[in-house]
Design a binder for this molecule. Sequence first.
Ligand code: APR
Length: 273
Amino acid sequence: MKDFRYGGFAMSEKNNTGGEQAKALARLLAESRDTVIFTGAGISTESGLADFRSPGGIWDRFDPEDLSYPRFISSAESRHRYWKFYQQYWLEAMDVEPNRAHFAVARLEKSANLTAVVTQNIDGLHQKAGNGPEKVYELHGNMWEVRCLSCSELYPWEDILALLEEDKEVHNCERCGGLLKPTTISFGQSLPENVLREAQELCRNCDLLICIGSSLVVYPAASLPEQAKNGGAKLAILNREPTPLDRIADLVIHGEAGEIMSWAAEAVETNSF
Ligand code: APR
């Protein structure tokens, strides 16, 4: 049975509609002076983008090992397979729009004390929904940015996709000869140090961290909600499935990101919680 935990005790779902759960979240947002929202792929599924670990997710269809960083730099053949994956990923994602959950998070920039959005997502949908780019910390990079791994020269992703569509190999950097790769962080690749450091600082100092749509199993990203909790923040987790951090959360909502976040944003804006 799904449960809804507020203040450390579980109430069965039959006493609590999604609306009640969203009001509990709205209360936390209204009390907070420094909120960080931490998101994962589950916030983008309503937009039509698959997440990674749900049934039918990306890791059901592709081997993460085959798309790892060590494999990418090991051979032209593995880079060819990586780019074939990206060709399909770009084509699937290029017309995707933000959904209710993204727009609710963007609205909270005005109606609540939202300091930052720290996301594991690479889709850029938080910025597209209206969150200021300076407030969005992309721990795992951005799929719409292709750079040289050696000199960081930027290459338009559209030009790379055009090569792939013509079955041509992706060339090396025209400036230094280095390998080109989307700035997304693959397994075995280090997260961007400055982004991780700033995100850790923000999470340690906030008074409320809300996790939305993440299985919270990938580190170091999943350590951020723990660091926020250790720093004295209240922790709220909104996810379709239970997560390993539910046990330390002040509020756990097992539900749909779009529905709950829309209701919570509405409750904050209308002061009805
Ligand atoms: N509403 C609420 N939760 C949802 C929804 C939804 N509409 N859709 C999916 N979920 C939940 C799933 O139940 C799952 O627990 O979102 C979670 C998504 O978890 P993952 O697929 O593991 O995605 P994420 O946590 O972002 O993965 C972290 O792993 O593979 C790496 O780099 C990749 O950034 C990714 C990282």
